[in-house]
Design a protein around this ligand. Structure first.
Ligand code: C5P
Length: 432
């Protein structure tokens, strides 16, 4: 359990949270959550499912949030004062707590049969879900399927945790503690919380539509960050990649109108908003995630994939033992994801871009890599001593293609990303 100080309003002051309260014994804890939110300076509106009224009353919720609680889809006053669309849009984040198995199932299927599910389908903001149910209901394959679907749809989850249940059983299914939900809300509110419409749909009449974006209608897959290759349950081989350049490229591709999948190794960065982020640890996981994310128009391999992994990671922690002899470590090669994608016989992305981080003979090595890996473009950067590229905020790169080398001045990684994406959009437009 986290112990965020109650008065800590960082990230919450002035934010608007729409609480969707489902029916469950744990609904009373939502009063506590609402209290913390208000104390941290957030404004809270609430929608209750009809059966949530059995567990907590609109009056008690209303008195904590200082507002009317909404329950009826077709309530005339409700619709006159605030339509369900407006209710769902006038929030920075929608939080569902407790989310019952039934509510998760209706969300996963897009079923709309009350105000809560209508708001959830109509919202243009991120949705954070805190499930609570009996452990068999949580572990049931139907719920597992629904949760997986919702995660694919971009819905965020906090909990459930393991513990004693109202029904007397013990296991996973307890609602996360209010302070943990508060932390998850803080995380979910980072950046732009709007969920973009699919490429090409503006939601505005044509005369008001923005000019079309350079990657509108394109699909882009980006790898980013390091990989971690386990030696045993607590140790791994990794590298200094921060993921900043790869994440910036994914964000730039999204801003350019593409549908973007970002496959990220372990990094300390927030997921770029609007990007479908898939988190992986090892090179083998990354390769599987890339395979699952293809086909794409553009593939950018910005990850620093570990070249080797332990041949046989130990299931148990390797002991120091009494002998002085250190353990032998046998390594095997990891797949070269970039070379595999570039060499695909069917379904090769039209443009395949790799990175070359070199400490010597930068351009010669980059051109050799272009040929060896079969990609269309190599972004080469010097990571030798004295450069702050690995983990730093700026980058000085050369674009190496079969047409020659283009050298860019030192600039921020976000600028490199923006220029690279603009360059790729031009190449894609000119490629047959
Ligand atoms: O061979 P090297 O690691 O220098 O190549 C770097 C480029 O290849 C980067 O674009 C990196 O993302 C990609 N790569 C990969 N799979 C590997 C090794 C590198 O996709 N196993």
């Amino acid at each position: 359990m986290t112990t965020a100080p109650l008065e800590d309003s960082a990230g919450l002051a002035g934010k608007r949270v729409l609480l969707v309260i489902g029916s469950g014994i744990a609904a009373y804890k939502v009063l506590d959550l609402a209290r913390h939110l208000r104390r941290a300076g957030a404004s809270v509106r609430a929608v209750m499912t009809p059966s949530a009224h059995h567990f907590v009353t609109p009056l008690s919720v209303g008195s904590v949030i200082g507002d009317l609680v909404h329950s009826e889809l077709h309530s005339l006053t409700g619709e006159a004062e605030m339509g369900h669309i407006q209710l769902s849009r006038d929030a920075d984040l929608v939080v569902v707590a407790p989310a019952t198995a039934n509510l998760l199932a209706r969300m996963a299927q897009g079923i709309v049969d009350d105000l809560a599910t209508t708001v959830l389908l109509a919202t243009d903001k991120r949705v954070l879900v805190a499930p609570a149910m009996n452990l068999r209901m949580w572990l049931h394959p139907a719920t597992t399927r629904n949760v997986a679907q919702l995660k694919r749809d971009g819905v965020l989850f906090v909990g459930p945790m393991e513990g004693s249940m109202a029904c007397g059983e013990y296991g996973p299914g307890r609602l996360a503690e209010p302070l943990d939900i508060l932390e998850a809300i803080r995380d979910a509110l980072r950046g732009d919380t709007r969920v973009p419409l699919p490429p090409g749909v503006t939601g505005r009449p044509p005369e008001l539509a923005e000019p079309s974006l350079p990657l509108a209608g394109r699909r882009v897959v980006v790898t980013s960050g390091p990989t971690q290759e386990p030696l045993d349950p607590v140790r791994f081989i990794a590298n200094r990649s921060s993921g900043r350049q790869g994440h910036a490229i994914a964000a730039a591709a999204h801003a350019a109108g593409a549908a973007v999948v970002l496959i990220s190794g372990p990094v300390a960065l927030a997921d770029p908003p609007g990007v479908d982020v898939r988190h992986v640890e090892t090179a083998l996981d990354m390769r599987a995630a890339v395979e699952a994310a293809l086909p794409a128009d553009l593939f950018v391999a910005a990850a620093a994939v570990a070249d080797w992994r332990a041949a046989a990671p130990s299931r148990e922690k390797i002991k120091k033992g009494d002998a002085d002899e250190p353990p032998e470590l046998r390594l095997v090669r990891n797949p070269d994801i970039l070379a595999e994608v570039a060499g695909r016989a069917g379904g090769r992305p039209r443009l395949v871009v790799g990175f070359a981080a070199e400490t010597e003979n930068l351009l010669a090595n980059a051109s050799r890599k272009l040929e060896r890996k079969g990609c269309d473009l190599i972004v080469a950067n010097d990571v030798g001593a004295g450069s702050d590229v690995m983990g730093g905020a700026s980058n000085a790169v050369h674009l190496v293609s079969r047409l020659g080398v283009e050298t860019w001045p030192k600039m921020s990684k976000a600028e490199v990303a923006g220029r690279l994406i603009a360059h790729c959009a031009t190449l894609l437009d000119s490629k047959p």
